[in-house]
Design a protein. Structure first.
Length: 191
């Protein structure tokens, strides 16, 4: 029973439980904050005792959120699916494709395996945009999502087919960014 049901003296009917069904959330757009919003959701969920899985596509290395999760929040499982470097102007290397395919399989297992309440797939949308996985792969994940699992997808360039399947879509829009003044990613703020 949820606080809303208690407050409004509503009887609990599991068949009509719209509050505890997992949804699909998409954070996209060219503005800053997509991963940050998703990590905030993971933190909130962990505080509520939920089991959280985070898969980071195209990333490796010790970002500060990873350090915090590993050190202070052991109920959050986090894996990175990158090959150790950014994709260059020449395009993806075979190692990038292999890392993305590996990540996709791990993400599917986390989503359908029954061990997590929330599955967050950071930068999966960009991964599809770059052709490392297919748009259909994301749609298949959405289709495979068990009813009680929340699925959170982040990254620029979300396709209409993905946003149509989502229950919540937030588009971050850049209005102004200090990056344009030469300020690179800062520890604790952007990484």
């Amino acid at each position: 029973m949820t606080w809303y049901q208690l407050k409004n003296n509503m009887p609990y009917d599991p068949e009509k439980d719209i509050f505890n069904k997992g949804r699909v959330q998409v954070y996209t757009g060219d503005g800053k904050g997509k991963s940050t919003a998703a990590f905030g959701l993971a933190l909130r969920a962990a505080g509520a005792g939920m089991r959280v899985y985070i898969g980071q596509f195209m990333k490796t290395g010790m970002y500060h959120e990873i350090k915090a999760f590993r050190e202070y929040l052991p109920m959050i499982s986090l894996e990175q699916y990158g090959n150790g470097c950014l994709i260059g102007k020449e395009g993806p290397a075979e190692a990038d494709y292999a890392a993305a395919r590996n990540g996709l399989e791990k993400a599917r297992s986390a989503l359908t395996g029954g061990g997590f309440d929330i599955v967050m797939l950071d930068e999966i949308i960009v991964t599809a945009h770059l052709g490392l996985i297919q748009e259909q792969d994301i749609l298949d994940l959405i289709g495979a999502k068990p009813e009680g699992v929340e699925l959170v997808l982040t990254g620029r360039y979300a396709k209409q087919s993905v946003t149509e399947k989502a229950d919540l879509v937030t588009e971050m829009v850049e209005v102004k960014h200090y990056y344009n003044q030469g300020v690179l990613a800062r520890d604790g703020i952007e990484r």
